[in-house]
Every structure is written in structure tokens, then in C-alpha cells.
Write a protein that binds this ligand. Structure first.
Ligand SMILES: *Cc1c(COP(=O)(O)O)cnc(C)c1O
Length: 469
């Protein structure tokens, strides 16, 4: 399997070669030269596999340059009941007639990002041990990604994490989760500013090529290909769990922000998984819903991004979207370059009426959005009808999913976080706080380690230099 850049300016590379990178050198995203397809009977033969066995069967197709025994060991070490509460890893529970909840949030930080990030931690460590290199991961977070990355990288050889977060702007639970980690390779920097200030500092450091190279600065953001690949697995797992016929179609409802999660579902479909609809749900920040309804992709200014009660979906642009558009324009890198140049200069592109729009119309994507009131009533409704407490992001997904529900087609709604992470919203909806999983009862009382710093790139660079070996 070789990987290309969506903008055409990267020589074909192996999985190992693109593993540690973020953007391709030409500013595009890395993508497989072609999607692996399933042999006849292959899908049916996977029905009896455990999660790690299935993960190996799928990931081996994408990471075929890693020795099979090594990949198997990495996957076995990652997907355990010790890290994900159950051996099913991503259990599926029935909510209503033909409606299922795919539980993805039983990892250490109680959000779906752990599924890919836990594997990434082990893959990074493995790759660095092989080359004898080291990596300083610099990231910015508004909550979920940062903690997921820290829990994946804690204690890993050759890796240090410097995570910027907006000082006093995360939920109490999120703050406690990140700042209570005692591992010496984890550095929390609370910036006196907002999330965008943190993001700008990361960009400024990444644009300093000399500093970046000298201090081996890397990232773990959602455009990392291995994260997308690891997420493909649970689409297969869910399908294998809810279907009985080998050609039976299901639909997935996915709470979306950066288009990473649903991109994995799209690739699963391209590989041959019988998926009828990919139902994309946004909150008030509806860039993607607008695109799938009108063909116009119009990114927002950061000051136009609404701060909502499903904050992990509060995005101005969808950073993985370029992978899907690459396919939609017939894998023509020149067309992708033109569209992203227009995005840079004019802030939008319009595919309506083009061949790409016809391709997209046949891709199975449909979309919808919701607002705060929708989330509150959906949390109450699911609690009353199914006896399950869901979080605000999952509520966005179920709300839009039910709008597209079809008789005879199982609807699988992805749970992207546990309600315990967003306690205030649950209290508002239900009048009482959600249950906390065992081990998290007193997390706010643990000692916290963090450094408070101004919005000052040079000061943060100095801090990194002082704390790297
Ligand atoms: C990151 C996140 C999302 C959005 O996922 P994307 O892959 O960015 O589309 C949705 N819900 C929660 C809880 C998240 O943490």
C-alpha cells in the first residue's frame, strides 16, 4: 500500500513513512493510492473475530509494510479490557426498534478519540524505538483531543507532550483529567487566552522549520492518517454485530466536527462494507451540513464559531474534508489545489452542478444539524424512552439520525463521549448529574500539574527547549 498527497506533490510513501507526519510536504493530506477491497466471503469470515483480531485484519491492509507479528502485538496490547472496560471494546446496545448505540467512549478519557489515539501512542513508540529517534508533540486543545493524546502518550519512550489549553476555559472534569496526570513526559501549559490563541502558537512554532527540525516537534492532530485508519475498524465491528445477512445494509449517524470519524465510515463503505447512509450531524457550527445540502463549502472566521453545548464539534473548517473531496473530484490533485486555493483567497468553493456534486450525491452522505434546545430534548427523550443517559454530542447524532431512519435498515448511532464529561449540560437536561464511571469519582480532588503562561510564542518555545532532553 502506497500513500499519496491529495495535492499531488509527494512521492509515493509507505505507512511507516507517513505515520509520524501531519500534513504532507505540499500542504495536502495523505491518502492511500487505492482503497483495499474485500475478497468474496472475507467480510462473512470476520463474524467470529475479536476486536483486536478484526483490527489486525483491517489495519494490515493499510500498514502492510509493518511486520505482521509486530502489528498484531501492537493491536493486542492496545485493545484490551484493561484500557476499554470490556473485551468487546466498542459494544453495541439496542436503543429502540432497529436503532443501536455504538459505544465508543469507554477508553481512559471517556471519548471516542481514545480508540485511535491509544493505538497511535503504541505505534509512535514502536516507530521511534526502531529508528532511535524521539518526538516532542506540541498540541492545542479545547478539551477532548488534549487529554486523549496525553493518556495515549504518557510514559512512552522517546515521546514528550507539550499541550496548550486555554486557562480556566475547559470543564472542571476535563481540566482535572489532563492536569492530574503525574507522568514526567507530559507538560500542560495553560495559556492566558482562548483556544484559537493556543492553536496560533502551535502554528507559529510549526512554521519555524529550523526550530521544528532541531527539536523534533510533531503533532497528533486529527489529520493523522493512522487515526482515520484505526477508526475504520469499529464501523466493521458494529456492522458485524447488528446484521445477520452478509449483504444487509445499515446506516450510521455520526456527530461530526473535523470529518475524521465519518471519513473512516466513508472509507469502510468504499472497502465494501454494506452501508446505506452516512448521516452527518453537526451542531450550530454547520459548515458540513451546509455543504451536503447545497454543494457550497464555506469556512467560518474563527470569531464566527459558536460556543455550543457540544463543544468538541465547534469548528470553523473540517480539517479531514480534503480527503473526501479528493475522491469526489475524481482523485485529481490539480482540482484539489484549485479548490483549496479558492478557499484561501475567497473563503469558499461551490461544487453544485458539477460532476463532483453528482458523485457526492451517490456517496451515501446525508446531513442535518441541531441546536441547544434539540440536544436538551433529545437527552431527555432518550433517557425516558430507552433508560440511557447520552452526552450532548451523541444527542446531536441521534437527533439527525432519527430524521433519516428507514424501516428495515438498522440505524447505528455513534456515541462519541460519555455524559460524565459534560455534567452541567446533563444537569440542565435531566435535573441530576450523570453517573461517573468507576475510578473518576474524585478526579477534581487530585493534585494538578500545569504551567500558566501568556500568549507568547517565544516564551513557550523557551519552555520547550528547557524541558527537552
Ligand atoms: C472530536 C469529537 C467529535 C467530532 O469528531 P470529528 O472526527 O472531528 O468529526 C464529536 N464528538 C466528540 C465528543 C468529540 O470529541
Amino acid at each position: 500500500m502506497r500513500y499519496l498527497s491529495t495535492r499531488g506533490g509527494m512521492p509515493p510513501a509507505t505507512f511507516s513513512e507517513i505515520l509520524l507526519g501531519g500534513l504532507a510536504p505540499d500542504g495536502g493530506l495523505t491518502i492511500p493510492e487505492h482503497y483495499p477491497t474485500l475478497a468474496p466471503g472475507e467480510l462473512a469470515s470476520w463474524r467470529s473475530l475479536s476486536y483486536p483480531e478484526l483490527a489486525f485484519a483491517i489495519l494490515h491492509k493499510f500498514a502492510d509494510d509493518l511486520p505482521a507479528a509486530d502489528l498484531r502485538a501492537l493491536v493486542d496490547r492496545t485493545y484490551t479490557a484493561e484500557h476499554f472496560l470490556t473485551t468487546a471494546i466498542t459494544p453495541t446496545v439496542n436503543l429502540l426498534d432497529e436503532v443501536w448505540l455504538l459505544r465508543l467512549s469507554n477508553g481512559p478519557t471517556l471519548a471516542f478519540k481514545d480508540i485511535a489515539m491509544q493505538l497511535l501512542g503504541n505505534l509512535f513508540e514502536y516507530a521511534l524505538l526502531k529508528t532511535g529517534g524521539h518526538l516532542n508533540i506540541l498540541g492545542a486543545t479545547s478539551g477532548d483531543t488534549g487529554s486523549s493524546a496525553e493518556y495515549a502518550m504518557r510514559g512512552k519512550h522517546g515521546i514528550q507532550v507539550f499541550m496548550l489549553s486555554p486557562y480556566q476555559k475547559m470543564s472542571r472534569f476535563q481540566t482535572a483529567q489532563m492536569f492530574s496526570l503525574p507522568d514526567p513526559n507530559i507538560f500542560n501549559i495553560a495559556v492566558r487566552g482562548v483556544f484559537d490563541d493556543c492553536q496560533d502558537i502551535v502554528k507559529a512554532v510549526s512554521n519555524d522549520a529550523q526550530f521544528k527540525a532541531r527539536h523534533a516537534i510533531g503533532t497528533v492532530n486529527s489529520i493523522n492518517w493512522a487515526r482515520v485508519a484505526a477508526q475504520i475498524v469499529y464501523y466493521f465491528k458494529a456492522w458485524l454485530t447488528v446484521t445477520t445477512r452478509d449483504d444487509q445494509e445499515v446506516s450510521f449517524a455520526v456527530p461530526s466536527g473535523n470529518f475524521g470519524n465519518i471519513c473512516a465510515g466513508y472509507i469502510a463503505k468504499r472497502m465494501g462494507l454494506p452501508v446505506r447512509r452516512l448521516i452527518l450531524a453537526t451542531n450550530e457550527n454547520n459548515v458540513l451540513d451546509e455543504f451536503f445540502r447545497t454543494g457550497v463549502y464555506r469556512v467560518r472566521q474563527t470569531d464566527q464559531v459558536a460556543h455550543t453545548s457540544s463543544p468538541s464539534m465547534d469548528i470553523s473548517k473540517a480539517s479531514n474534508f480534503e480527503r473526501f473531496i479528493f475522491d469526489a473530484v475524481g482523485r485529481d490533485p490539480a482540482a484539489v489545489r484549485r479548490l483549496w486555493q479558492q478557499l484561501d483567497t475567497q473563503g469558499f468553493f461551490d461544487l453544485s452542478g458539477t460532476d463532483a456534486a453528482r458523485t457526492i450525491a451517490q456517496s451515501g452522505f446525508v446531513s442535518g444539524s441541531s441546536n441547544h434546545a434539540d440536544r436538551m430534548s433529545m437527552i431527555r427523550w432518550v433517557h425516558r424512552e430507552c433508560g440511557t443517559v447520552i452526552d450532548t454530542h451523541t444527542a446531536d447524532g441521534i437527533k439527525v439520525g432519527l430524521e433519516y431512519r428507514e424501516k428495515g435498515v438498522p440505524l447505528i448511532c455513534l456515541e462519541t463521549a460519555l455524559p460524565a464529561k459534560f455534567e452541567d449540560s446533563i444537569v440542565e437536561a435531566l435535573g441530576h448529574p450523570p453517573e461517573r464511571p468507576a475510578g473518576y469519582e474524585n478526579i477534581e480532588k487530585l493534585p494538578q500539574r500545569f504551567e500558566v503562561m501568556d500568549v507568547n510564542t517565544d516564551q513557550i518555545k523557551d519552555y520547550i527547549v528547557q524541558h527537552t532532553s
